[in-house]
Design a protein around this ligand. Sequence first.
Ligand SMILES: [Zn+2]
Length: 367
Amino acid sequence: MSVYGHGTETAMRNPLDILGNRLLLERLTRDVRENSLSHAYIIDGKTGSGRHTLALHLAMALSCRQRPNRKPADSGQMGFFDDLPPEPLDPHAPFPCGVCEGCRKVLEGICPDIRIIGREGKATLGVDAVRRIREDIYLSPGDIDTKIYIIEDAETMTLQAQNALLLTLEEPPSYVLFLLLCDGADHLLETIRSRAPVLHTAPLTNEELRFCLSKHKRSLPAEELETVLLCADGCAGQALSLSDPKALRSLMKLRSLVDAFIEGCANRGSGGVSSAIQQFGSKRDEVMGILNLISLALRDLMLLKKSETAVLKYYTQRENALELSAVFTAKALLSLYQALEQAQEDLMRNANVRLTLTQACFSAGIM
Ligand SMILES: [Zn+2]
C-alpha cells in the first residue's frame, strides 16, 4: 500500500484534462456536491479507459475548497481546512477547481488521505493487502474528511481477499471511500457488487482521442495517426503510449512486415511470402506478435467478403483492404487463418520459426 504517486500510473495525467466518461463525471461530482456518495464504487473498464483519471477527479472533488458542505477532518487532527477561515464559494468557479490547495495536493500526489493498493508485481491481489487496509482504516483522515482507498486491478483479488474486503464494506467507518478499479466487474463477488455501484468507463471516440493526442503535442503523419487510433481502441492511455516515437516506430515496422506477408500471399508464386517470413526473424515473442497481427488482418479480409462495411481491426484504409480481400477466395483466407493458428501452437512448443511458417503456407496452398 502506498500513498499514491509513487510509480503508479495514477500520476500520469491531470484529471482536469479528462475526456470521455462525462456522464460518470457529472454523476460523481453531483454526488459530492449533495453529500450522497456511496462508500464504495467499482470503476470498470479497460486499461487506459480513464479509470484512474476518474478516481483522481473524484478525489479532487472531495478535496476542493470549492466543495459545498466541506467539513474539516474529524478526530481533532489539524487539517489544512482548519487553519483557514471559511471562504465564500465562488458560484462561477469550476468544480473541482484544480487550483486550490486541496486540488493541488491531489494533483501533486501528496494528499495523505489517498491510499493506492496494487498487486506490486504479483499475479493476484492477496488477502494480506486487504488486511493492511483493515488495520489502516481506523486511523481517521488528516487533511480532508474522507479517506480514499483506490484498489487497482480489483478483478485479480483472491477469493480470500474479496471476502476480507467484504467485511469492511459491510460496516465501513463513515469517512471511508473505496474505489475498486477493475477490468471485468463480473470477476468480483456478487456480494461486493451489491454494495458498490458499478461505473463503466466508456471508450473514447476517435475525435476525443485526436484531441487528447493534440493536447499532448503528439502530431503524427496521417497513416500513423490512423494506426494509433485503430490500435488504441478508445483508450487514451493506449493512444498516448502507442504514439511515443519509439513505440510507434516498432508498431509501424511490425505492420510493414504483416503487409509484406499478406501482399506475398496475394501474389502467390512471386517469392514474396518466403522473403517476408525471412524478415520476421527468429525471436519467438516477436514472431508471435506478428502472427497475431496477421490473424487480425485475415479476420478483416474474411469479414469484408461478407460485408463491405464490417468494422476493421487491422486495416486503416477500407478501399485498400477491399481490393486485397477480392484477390482471395473465402476458402483460401480461412485455410491460411487456420494454418497460422496451428503454426502459433507449434511455435509455443519451440518449433523452428521459418520451417513452421513455410509449412503452414504450403498446407494452406499459398506457396
Ligand atoms: Zn479546488
